[in-house]
Ligand binder design. Structure first.
Ligand code: GUN
Ligand code: ZN
Length: 439
């Protein structure tokens, strides 16, 4: 399966999206026997094997994976690498969970060596789960951001990350100031944004942990830094929303705090949005802000049910991607995240089919991030980030998959029954960056 030099060629059943299944019917590129060829990080040929094999340079071995499903690399639109060590912390809702676990754990990232160790584990997990792009919270310390991007550089991945900004309502050791947060973020943008495949996100943690001065400077910095992202949390938990009302009494609501400081727009990514009101959803839509739907986290912390079909309502459609939100989320697997997203949609009586789930995890995520010209689908000229899924990864999955009568059914089974074992291989920039160990 290993590529020859900077060229790779992978053959199998390929699926990719050309349109949004929330709004159209003819959306899937579905090629039973396909070939994906990449060179110098980009897809150079993609199509039916017989028509495409002429594009494989002489001497390049084709990795033939009959029975497997090749799809674009998964995009995790919201995750905290610095919380890798506190997944599965027992028993509390958002604010208690932050105080008891998160704010303790994140202090350890002042130590650059610790940050580098955790970054390695984090990237191993991402790639083992087929995630090739992740919009990532680091900690408040610039060295935690360096560790993240240095590891991403080593893996050759397209990643988005940033230093947390927080200047109140957290332990002193975790606080910056409005000015130091601005200065440190500006220096990190100069160092990392657009450096190879790395992209920077200005990252106020959430409204309660930033003063108005800090949010003001975050907005200024975002304006001054074209192409950067803005990444935060919004309307996750009812107690949190009340807190925001008391901290910002002059604002109309939680979303309006970010709006007031110029923090909504294309390349703004807000995690959760579970309790957004109808007028807030309209504002998210008109500003082209993206929401990260994080079902495993929303269930784990008892935050609530995100109404993805309301979010994608054709009259006021929002950009939506899937997020694991590790460590409040319970799995690095975007496939496992699809499983929970399906159940949440069922509880809201809007069943989500597999085309919608796989779209949100690939092209939908790329569009939410304004990166659809680079990632999210199998197309010539796009970056060669893709995964090889194994429908026979476990005996039960093999048994069930063999009974699937359509690609849509096969994808549904994969989305409901999977974890990291289903990911046989992950390619980033055409390079094999994860191959499942055969037992
Ligand atoms: N809101 C503010 N910080 C966090 C965090 O670390 N995780 C989650 N789930 N929500 C938050
Ligand atoms: Zn989060």
């Amino acid at each position: 399966m290993s590529p020859t030099g900077n060229v790779s060629a992978v053959r199998g059943h390929a699926v990719s999206f050309k349109a949004d299944p929330f709004h159209s019917d003819d959306v899937l590129v579905d090629i039973e026997d396909a070939l994906v060829v990449s060179e110098d990080g980009l897809i150079t040929a993609f199509g039916p094997y017989e028509e495409t094999r002429q594009h494989v340079p002489e001497g390049v071995e084709i990795a033939h994976l009959p029975g497997s499903v090749i799809c674009p690399g998964f995009i995790d639109t919201h995750v905290h690498y610095v919380q890798t060590g506190i997944i599965g912390a027992f028993g509390s809702q958002l604010i208690d969970w932050l105080n008891h676990y998160t704010f303790i754990e994140e202090q350890r990232f002042a130590d650059a060596g610790h940050a580098a160790d955790v970054a390695r584990v984090y990237f191993d997990e991402l790639l083992r789960n087929g995630t090739t792009t992740a919009v990532t919270f680091c900690a408040v310390y610039p060295q935690s951001v360096d560790a993240f991007f240095e590891e991403s550089e080593r893996r050759g991945t397209r990643m988005i990350g940033g230093k947390v900004l927080m200047d109140r309502n957290a332990p002193d050791a975790l606080l910056d100031t409005a000015q130091s947060g601005y200065d440190d973020s500006k220096a990190l943008i100069a160092k990392w944004h657009g450096n190879g495949r790395q992209l920077y996100a200005i990252t106020p943690r959430f409204a309660p942990t930033s003063t108005p001065e800090q949010l003001e400077l975050a907005g200024t910095l975002w304006q001054e830094s074209p192409g950067t992202f803005m990444h935060t949390h919004v309307s996750e938990n009812l107690g949190e929303i009340q807190w925001v009302h008391s901290l910002f009494p002059d604002r109309k609501g939680y979303l309006d705090v970010y709006d007031h400081y110029g923090l909504l727009g294309r390349r703004a990514v807000l995690a959760h949005g579970v309790h957004l009101t109808a007028s807030e959803r309209r504002r998210v839509s008109e500003t082209e802000t993206a929401i990260a739907h994080c079902p495993t986290s929303n269930l784990f912390l008892g935050s609530g049910l995100f109404h993805v079909h309301d979010a994608k309502d054709a009259k006021h459609p929002m950009h939506v991607g899937l997020g694991t939100d590790i460590g409040a989320g319970t799995s690095f697997s975007i496939l496992a995240t699809m499983n929970e997203a399906y159940k949440v949609a069922e509880l809201l009586s809007y069943p989500m089919n597999s085309l919608k789930s796989f779209y949100l995890a690939t092209l939908g995520g790329a569009r939410a991030l304004d990166l659809e010209d680079k990632i999210g689908s199998l197309e010539v000229g796009k970056e060669a980030d893709f995964v090889v899924l194994d429908p026979a990864a476990t005996p039960l999955l093999a048994y069930r998959s063999a009974r699937a009568e359509s690609t849509e059914e096969l994808l549904f089974v994969l989305s409901i029954m999977s974890d990291d074992r289903t990911v046989a291989a992950t390619y980033s920039g055409g390079r094999l960056v994860h191959a499942r160990k055969e037992s």
